[in-house]
Write a protein that binds this ligand. Sequence first.
Ligand code: SF4
Length: 352
Amino acid sequence: METKVVKIGNKVIGGGNPILIQSMCNTKTQDVAATVAQIKELEAAGCDIIRVAVPDMEAAKAIAEIKKQISIPLVADIHFDYRLAIAAIENGADKIRINPGNIGSEERIKAVVDAAKAKNIPIRVGVNSGSLEKELVEKYHGVTAEGLVESALDKVRIIEELGYDNLVISIKSSDVMMCVKAHELIADKTNHPLHVGITEAGTLKAGNIKSACGLAMILSQGIGDTIRVSLTGAPIEEIKTAKLVLRTLGLRKGGIEVVSCPTCGRTQIDLIGLANKVEDMVTEFDDLDIKVAVMGCVVNGPGEAKEADLGVAGGIGEGLLIKHGEIIRKLPEAELLPALREELKNWPRGNV
Ligand code: SF4
């Protein structure tokens, strides 16, 4: 779906631009050192846009110092207090996320909109299934996709009527299918860019699965301009999953795809250990866009590994190193990981 182009700091979303990855710090925003350290870690892992919570004035003021030390755009997340939104904008936030429904009177919303307008920064209007207005819950007999869409569009209208349309919309629900339906509905009704994610998705395992299912159904319809994988876990895990989702859907190039066999009675090396180590190791090589196979035996292993650009197939305490379909070396088990790494270091660049 072609959405409007919106600029967030030094990044551009919408209008067919690549889908960007967001995450949110879980440090105290006023702890500038910890927040900057986390942002840098996330940026190095592939985070394009970072959001921080602004629960009080100290946090709003910390944004100025944080901004001096980072290079990716910063989004300030504000609830309830319009003064915090204004302070976050004045302190250099590149975008703010508010729910106009909990900001209060129209004058207060107008004050926030005017501040955003003065700096020409986008406002993300966020609605969440957990805080859907009572009237809409009653109108639609419960929390529904239709209710979420109506709630979001009502809020967008409030801001548009104040003469501002530099907007991004997010509709979040922890119910995956409701979230998917809401995005399908809203994509037909607006051309504002959409920030997509399954909220409160859960811990690493459940959260990754729910996020991947939801994002795949939404993104594969061409809906979505930025994404967040929301996990109860370290934010860096959100980035890893988001990158994998985009790559799996063919929406982002770059990075190494690791394929590995499920192991069986024929496996005679620690293949599970090796595959996990390879998966970690290849994150160093985001400048390559190739496939690496980690296979347990010589029955299916060489065949699968031949399909990949580089691979190993395990034997008895040893393994074959296979490159472009050719067996190039036989190595002891302990040397397989370093040998793969060496090959990747020397792999020709320029194919991403
Ligand atoms: S590649 Fe070999 S070890 Fe792995 S599952 Fe297949 S047959 Fe088993």
